[in-house]
Design a protein around this ligand. Structure first.
Ligand code: HEC
Ligand code: HEC
Ligand code: HEC
Ligand code: HEC
Length: 150
């Protein structure tokens, strides 16, 4: 055992490395991690604390029943109100819908977002080369956005 000093030094280096690992781990792993498994427990409260921004179409129906009926009768039945009108939780409050009155979408931009021709889209999905199809006119001059079939 005359060369044991080498082994002791090596062991000391490993021990120091392990302690450094434990310290760094303690500093980096957030509080509450592991309480429910491989997950940070506080994340649930963080998510719950976020403000709701989408109201959902049932909420719109309370005041815009006519629009909901119109939408359901046409080809856009599967498209949510807020897919076109953006998140409207602020406007859809029952006590004061005049706060945050929605800005009406520009159909030239909005409709192209889903219907611009693109070979990557499913073949059955209705799509047009908007520049040729509309000649620069807003889509709403020929299509009703809520019930677009002519
Ligand atoms: C509590 C009733 C209420 C609810 C719920 C409600 N709205 Fe409205 N909405 C109104 C009223 C009232 C107006 C008219 C506001 C005005 O002219 O000042 C309006 C106007 C609008 C307009 C037209 C704005 C304009 O410039 O003409 C849009 C678009 C709209 N709402 C979309 C929605 C959507 C989408 C939802 C569901 C997420 C919704 N609303 C939920 C009452 C409501
Ligand atoms: C495919 C997109 C689209 C969907 C889905 C949609 N809207 Fe609209 N909506 C529009 C556009 C575009 C206008 C603006 C039309 C204009 O400029 O005259 C509009 C206008 C409105 C207006 C203003 C009054 C009017 O009729 O012009 C209201 C209110 C409204 N939408 C409510 C709704 C509600 C409620 C829903 C869900 C049931 C809904 N919209 C779904 C695109 C959409
Ligand atoms: C969020 C995506 C989305 C937006 C935005 C959107 N659409 Fe659509 N559109 C759809 C879907 C989904 C269908 C149904 C397709 C189907 O039946 O397979 C559809 C169907 C249609 C059809 C019916 C085609 C046919 O087969 O008869 C027309 C026309 C149309 N949209 C025009 C418009 C116009 C005009 C606008 C703008 C006001 C618009 N769309 C905005 C998703 C959208
Ligand atoms: C000048 C009138 C006019 C304007 C503006 C217009 N369209 Fe059309 N659109 C039509 C007519 C007419 C048809 C039906 C005939 C056809 O299938 O070609 C149609 C059909 C469609 C279809 C269904 C195509 C299919 O394969 O079933 C879509 C999607 C569509 N339009 C989207 C749009 C979009 C998006 C805009 C705005 C960029 C727009 N349209 C502007 C007249 C118009």
């Amino acid at each position: 055992m005359k060369d044991a000093a080498h082994l002791i030094r090596l062991a000391a280096v490993f021990a120091a490395g392990f302690i450094a690992f434990l310290l760094i781990r303690q500093a980096l792993v957030p509080a509450g991690f592991g309480k429910y498994g491989h997950f940070r427990a506080g994340a649930l409260d963080d998510i719950r604390a976020r403000k709701v921004s989408f109201a959902g179409r049932e909420q719109c129906a309370i005041c815009h029943d006519d629009r909901v009926k119109e939408l359901h009768a046409g080809k856009h039945a599967g498209v949510g109100c807020e897919a076109c009108h953006e998140a409207q939780a602020k406007h859809a409050q029952l006590d004061d819908p005049s706060t945050g009155k929605p800005v009406l979408p520009d159909t030239k931009v909005l409709c192209a977002r889903c219907h611009e021709k693109n070979n990557a889209k499913p073949r059955g999905f209705p799509q047009v080369a908007t520049a040729e199809h509309s000649g620069g006119e807003p889509c709403k001059s020929c299509h009703n956005p809520h019930s677009p079939k002519l």
